[in-house]
Design a protein around this ligand. Structure first.
Ligand code: CP
Length: 332
């Protein structure tokens, strides 16, 4: 298996064996770092990090991961490069490709990530677009392996809330590749697109995965090993949509009653973060003032409970993104 020189723009760009090999490398790199014996595989490399949107985890994972492995990184934040305003993705890609060894892109249009990869001549990694969030899925898989205690084709996971969002699309695709029992609980208007669902169904037919979608959260979580939720409102989403979105998704909030409805005392909570689990953020305070809600997609009680593995999942962004850079820049 050779991933050197490959881009990672969406989950299905790697097959199940390739994806699991990157995750296995991530576990090795995590052990090396924790034991203080990390070997620098990326000495002399330089990566460009293009962020058209803000980030905490993804940016830090690329910067710290590159540094740990001996590489340098250059951060081009929102509004800090010519990309989009004065220069096309293709021209920017051809410039950066002559200067650096790999490019991370977080932006809006998946087409921009595809254009960068087609023109750069170096690996391009999707750090989130409106369509996919594939580096998040790598961390999710490592976290599932850490906490499941058995192979993932024997694990059930229910995603609750905004099934139309990029995180759900990536999770659905990856879970389908790995043979998981995947349920999505979301209202009719917030389901995965027909194209995403059809592609996942094809992968599921090959792997033996089970995919289900339901508008009944209690039925969907029955027996689930993991519940996974994500924010209901993305940054920049127009305020006039907020009330309608919250009304539609409130029945899918992960709270103590829904955790109990699993009937499984070992069920764990996953969340890609950031999370609106209290009113300690500007948006949280705005929602509280407007709607009287203390939390949105997950209650503080569940988020802060021992069932939550969201911070393990956040740490795993570092190890998996580092593994992705190593695998695609110098090989497994
Ligand atoms: N989960 C995630 O992508 O986090 P950031 O937006 O902080 O990068």
């Amino acid at each position: 298996m050779d991933l050197q020189g490959r881009s990672y723009l969406k989950d299905a760009d790697f097959d199940a064996a390739e994806l699991l090999a990157v995750v296995e490398l991530a576990a090795t790199l995590r052990r090396e770092k924790r034991d203080g014996r990390e070997r620098r595989r990326l000495d002399g490399k330089h990566v460009a990090l293009i962020f058209q949107k803000t980030s905490t985890r993804t940016r830090m994972a690329f910067e710290v991961g590159a540094h740990d492995q001996g590489a340098h990184s250059s951060y081009l934040g929102p509004g800090e490069s010519q990309l989009g305003a004065k220069e096309s993705p293709s021209d920017t890609a051809r410039v950066l490709g002559r200067m650096v060894d790999g490019i991370e892109f977080r932006g809006f249009a998946q087409a921009d990530a595809e254009t960068l990869a087609a023109s750069a001549g170096v690996p391009v990694w999707n750090g989130l677009t409106d369509t996919w969030h594939p580096t998040q899925s790598l961390a999710d898989v490592l976290t599932l392996q850490d906490h499941a205690g058995r192979p993932l084709d024997d694990v059930s996971l229910c995603f609750l809330g905004d099934g139309a969002a990029n995180v759900c699309a990536s999770l659905l695709t990856t879970g389908a590749m790995l043979g998981m029992d995947l349920r999505i609980a979301s209202p009719a208007g917030r389901r995965p697109s027909p194209a995403v669902w059809a592609a996942a169904a094809e992968l599921a037919a090959a792997s033996g995965a089970s995919l289900r979608v339901s508008d009944d959260p209690k039925e969907a979580v029955e027996g689930a090993d993991f519940l996974y939720t994500d924010v209901w409102l993305s940054l920049g989403e127009p305020e006039e949509l907020w009330d309608e979105r919250i009304d539609a998704l409130l029945p899918y909030q992960v709270n103590a009653a829904l955790m109990a409805a699993t009937g499984n005392p070992s069920t764990k909570l996953l969340h890609c973060l950031p999370a609106f689990h209290n009113a300690s953020t500007a948006i949280g305070r705005q929602i509280h003032a407007r709607r009287g809600l203390e939390a949105m997609e997950v209650t503080d009680e569940v988020f802060e409970s021992p069932a939550s593995v969201a911070f393990d999942q956040a740490e795993n962004r570092l190890h998996t993104i580092k593994a992705l850079m190593v695998a695609t820049l110098v090989g497994l």
